[in-house]
Write a protein that binds this ligand. Structure first.
Ligand code: CAA
Length: 258
């Protein structure tokens, strides 16, 4: 798949950019967009020339949630059998670090998509929330789990149970956002963060992401064991030798990129 209709996928240096592009629906996640986003992210993940991915939307909306119009008439059987958001699990599992650049609405599935990324940069215009309760449902793409881990039970419960929208500054204080930047600088900052990640060793970035993800998905004891194993295994890489030699020689490391 490469003739995408709901996203734009492009490469700038070692960074893959994915821009959600359904302006008529504030980038609502319909089945086509979900499939295209996952396909494009996995294609970047297979490409050794890509060291980081940026996911962004428009100035007005990162994404206003799952597509309500597409879902409205479905039965419980349809939702169970079609599992319409399953492809986002593939997106969440890419090894390559992903930077979300969020401006405007990040609601419902939009907030959940941001939480599948590794670094969340927010414009000062960004607004986060899980308003599914107002539609007679609950978050269905990880919102009750990832939001609770990001901001703690009580704040997550307030947001999920009331549907209240949370501005960027509050989201940063709460731990949902890595950093808030002025809206005009959002894409430049996201590009700079992604380039910085991509300039390092790719297998080491994979290991870092894998260990970080374990902190969200396993017990601390299991996560600590995985971290120790990964840490030791990195000493088999040329990039570890190069990184430590460069430190001793007081020069910048030259990591192998291909
Ligand atoms: N699905 C489908 N279409 C959507 C949409 C969505 N989630 N969000 C916005 N749109 C559409 C609107 O219907 C509208 O289309 P028309 O012009 O054809 O009427 C267009 O985008 C522009 O939206 P608005 O006119 O509503 O713009 P606004 O500035 O007045 O309001 C908003 C913006 C507050 C984000 C409002 O659109 C809104 O509340 N959207 C829905 C947010 C929401 O409930 N998200 C959760 C979805 S459910 C979910 O995500 C479940 C899950 O976890 C799996």
């Amino acid at each position: 798949m490469s003739d995408y209709t709901t996203i734009v996928s492009e490469t700038r240096g070692r960074v893959g950019w994915l821009t959600l592009n359904r302006p008529e629906a504030l980038n609502a996640l319909n089945s086509t967009l979900v499939a295209e986003l996952a396909d494009a992210a996995m294609a970047f993940d297979r490409d050794e020339a890509i060291g980081a991915i940026v996911v962004t939307g428009s100035e007005r909306a990162f994404a206003a949630g799952a597509d309500i119009k597409e879902m409205a008439g479905k039965s419980a059987r349809d939702m169970a059998m079609e599992n319409p958001f399953a492809a986002l699990e593939d997106f969440a599992r890419v090894r390559t670090p992903v930077v979300a650049a969020v401006a405007g609405f990040a609601l419902g599935g939009g907030c959940e998509l941001a939480m599948m990324c590794d670094v969340v940069l927010a414009a000062d215009t960004a607004v986060f929330g899980q308003p599914e309760i107002d539609l007679g449902v609950i978050p269905g793409i990880g919102g009750t789990q990832r939001l609770t881990r990001a901001v703690g039970y009580y704040k997550a419960a307030e947001l999920v149970l009331t549907g209240r929208r949370m501005p960027a500054e509050e989201a940063e204080r709460a731990g949902l956002v890595s950093r808030v930047v002025p809206a005009a600088q959002l894409l430049d900052e996201a590009g700079a963060v992604a380039e910085r990640i991509a300039s390092r060793s790719l297998p080491v970035a994979y290991a870092a992401k894998q260990a970080l993800r374990a902190s969200q998905e396993t017990s601390a004891a299991e996560g600590l064991r995985l971290e120790r194993t990964l840490f030791a295994s990195l000493f088999a890489l040329e990039d570890q030798k190069e990184g430590m030699a460069a430190f001793a020689e007081k020069r910048a490391p030259e990591f192998r990129h291909r």
